[in-house]
Design a protein around this ligand. Structure first.
Ligand code: GDP
Ligand code: IMO
Ligand code: MG
Length: 430
C-alpha cells in the first residue's frame, strides 16, 4: 500500500515547504505539485548549494523521484524551460519531470494583465508577484484558457488560441496594452512544444497507478493557507487553494487517499505583499528577525513583513487542512531574543475572537492577545535532537502544541537538509 504525505504552508507562504519537501523527497518515489504556479519560490539547501524552484517540484534533486506538475497548477512553459536551464547550469541534469496535460497554461497576456490590474488598483493593490497567476486562473474558470495538453495537438491549439485572443486582445486594447499576434504566439508555443512536449501526459493516470503500489508519494503545496482564495485574507490572497483539501482535485485522485498532513509553519510569521497581519512587528525587532532569517522574497526580492507566531491562524489552518503535525521552521532565528511572544486570540472591538474574521475591515481592527515566553541565547543550529534544545526553547515548542492542539513533528534549526529534527515517529518512518 502506498504511503502519502501532504506538505502545506500554514501561514502566508515561505514557511519552508521546499526544505521539508526536499527532506522527504530523498526517499520519495513521487513528488506532486497540485496548485499555484511560478508565484512560488521554494528554497532547497544541501551539500553547500542553494537552489530556488518556482514551478518545478522540490523532488527534482533525487533522480529516482518522479516529479509531477499536476492539473491544478497554472504552468508557464517559458518559465519551466528557464528553470530547467538554471538547474542544468547548477549541475542538476538527471531528473524525471511530468507535466499534466490538463494544467492551465500561463500565457504572455496573463502577466501583462496582472501588472495592469495592480496599477489600476493604485494604493489598494494586492502586491501580487505579477506572474499572471490570477488572470490565468480567471481564464481557466471563464473557460477561455489554454491547457498544456493543447500543445500536443497543433490544430486544436490554434483553434483555442484564436478563441482566447479574440477576447483577450479586446481586453488588452481597452486597457491600453499591446495586442498579441496569433501567428507570433502560435510559432513561439510550437517551439516550446518541441522542447517540453515529451513531458506532457495524463499525470492523474501516473499518480493513480503509483497509489496502488507501495510507492511513497509526497504532495507539495505552494503558498500558504492564509493566502487561500476561499479561507485566506480575501482579497489579499492568491487565486488557488493551498490546502491539503485541494490535493484530490489538483492531482486528480480520490480524497480518500489523503491521511497525513504536515503543516509547515515558521516559529514566527512573515507575509510578503499587502493585507492585514495582526501580529505584525515594526522597528528594530522586526529588522533584527528579518536580517537573521534573511527574510526577503525568493521570487520578487521584496522584504518580508515580520510578526509573532499566531496561534489563531494556526488553529484555523489546522482545522481547515487537517494538519496532523507542525514542521516548525526557522527555529534557530529566534535564538538570542530576550522574550518571544505567541498570539492566542484577537481582541476586536471589545470581543475576544478565536478565529479570524472574514472581512478585511474587521481583521484590520484585530489586536493580538499575546503570551510572553522566556527567550534563549544558545546557538541551536547544530542540534540533532529535541533533547539537545535549551529548556526555554523546548517550553516554547510545548506551548505552541498546547495553544494549537497539534503536535510539533519536525523542528528545523537551519536551512540545510541536515538541520532537521524529526520528532514524530510516523514521519521518521516515511
Ligand atoms: P517556501 O516557499 O515555503 O519553500 O519557503 P522559502 O524557500 O520561500 O523561504 C524559506 C526560507 O527559509 C528559505 O530561504 C530557506 O532556505 C530558509 N529556511 C528554511 N528552514 C530554515 C531554518 O530552519 N532556519 C533558517 N535559518 N532558514 C531556513
Ligand atoms: P510560496 O510557495 C509568499 C502572495 C503575493 C501576494 C499574493 C497574491 O513560495 O510560499 P499572486 O502572484 O499569487 O497573485 O499574489 O500572494 N504570494 C506569496 N507569498 N509565498 C508564496 O509562495 C506566494 N505566492 C503568492 O506576494 O501577496
Ligand atoms: Mg517561497
Amino acid at each position: 500500500m502506498s504511503e502519502r504525505l501532504v506538505v502545506i504552508g500554514s501561514q502566508w507562504g515561505d514557511e519552508g515547504k521546499g526544505k521539508i519537501t526536499d527532506y522527504f523527497a530523498c526517499r520519495a518515489d513521487m513528488v506532486v505539485r497540485y496548485q499555484g504556479g511560478n508565484n512560488a519560490g521554494h528554497t532547497v539547501v544541501f551539500d553547500g548549494h542553494k537552489y530556488s524552484l518556482q514551478s518545478i517540484p522540490s523532488g527534482i534533486f533525487n533522480p529516482h523521484t518522479k516529479n509531477v506538475m499536476g492539473n491544478g497548477m497554472v504552468v508557464n512553459p517559458v518559465s519551466v524551460i528557464a528553470e530547467l536551464q538554471k538547474l542544468h547550469d547548477q549541475g542538476i541534469t538527471d531528473y524525471q519531470l511530468y507535466i499534466s496535460n490538463r494544467a492551465a497554461m500561463v500565457m504572455p497576456w496573463h502577466s501583462a494583465l496582472d501588472g495592469a490590474y495592480e496599477n489600476i488598483k493604485g494604493k489598494s493593490l494586492i502586491g501580487t508577484t505579477k506572474k499572471g497567476i490570477g488572470p490565468c486562473y480567471s481564464d481557466k474558470y471563464s473557460r477561455l484558457g489554454l491547457r498544456m495538453g493543447d500543445l500536443l495537438e497543433p490544430e486544436y491549439f490554434a483553434e483555442r488560441l484564436k478563441a482566447a485572443l479574440e477576447v483577450k486582445n479586446m481586453e488588452l486594447d481597452m486597457l491600453g496594452l499591446p495586442k498579441y499576434d496569433f501567428k507570433e504566439v502560435y510559432d513561439q508555443y510550437m517551439e516550446i512544444a518541441g522542447k517540453i512536449g515529451h513531458m506532457i501526459c495524463d499525470t492523474s493516470d501516473l499518480i493513480n497507478e503509483a497509489l496502488l503500489t507501495d510507492a511513497k508519494i509526497l504532495f507539495e503545496g505552494a503558498q500558504g493557507m492564509m493566502l487561500c482564495i476561499d479561507h485566506g485574507t480575501y482579497p489579499f490572497v492568491t487565486s488557488s487553494t493551498p490546502s491539503a483539501a485541494s490535493v484530490p482535485v489538483g492531482a486528480g485522485i480520490s480524497p480518500k487517499w489523503i491521511d497525513n498532513v504536515v503543516g509547515v509553519a515558521k516559529s514566527y510569521c512573515t507575509r510578503v505583499g499587502e493585507g492585514p497581519f495582526p501580529t505584525e512587528l515594526f522597528g528594530d525587532l522586526a529588522h533584527e528577525i528579518r536580517e537573521r532569517g534573511h527574510e526577503y522574497g525568493t521570487v520578487t526580492g521584496r522584504p518580508r513583513r515580520i510578526g509573532w507566531f499566531d496561534a489563531v491562524v494556526a488553529r484555523y489552518t489546522a482545522r481547515l487542512a487537517g494538519i496532523d503535525n507542525w514542521a516548525l521552521m526557522l527555529f534557530d532565528v529566534l535564538s538570542g531574543l530576550d522574550k518571544v511572544m505567541i498570539c492566542t486570540g484577537y481582541e476586536c472591538e471589545g470581543e475576544i475572537l478565536q478565529t479570524p474574521p472574514s472581512t478585511i475591515s474587521r481583521l484590520s481592527k484585530c489586536k493580538p492577545v499575546l503570551i510572553e515566553m522566556e527567550g534563549w541565547k544558545e546557538d541551536i543550529t547544530g542540534a540533532k535532537s529535541f533533547d539537545e534544545l535549551p529548556a526555554a526553547a523546548k517550553a516554547y515548542i510545548r506551548k505552541i502544541e498546547e495553544v494549537t492542539g497539534v503536535p510539533v513533528g519536525i523542528v528545523s534549526v537551519g536551512p540545510d537538509r541536515n538541520q532537521t529534527i524529526v520528532v514524530s515517529e510516523k514521519l521518521r518512518e516515511f
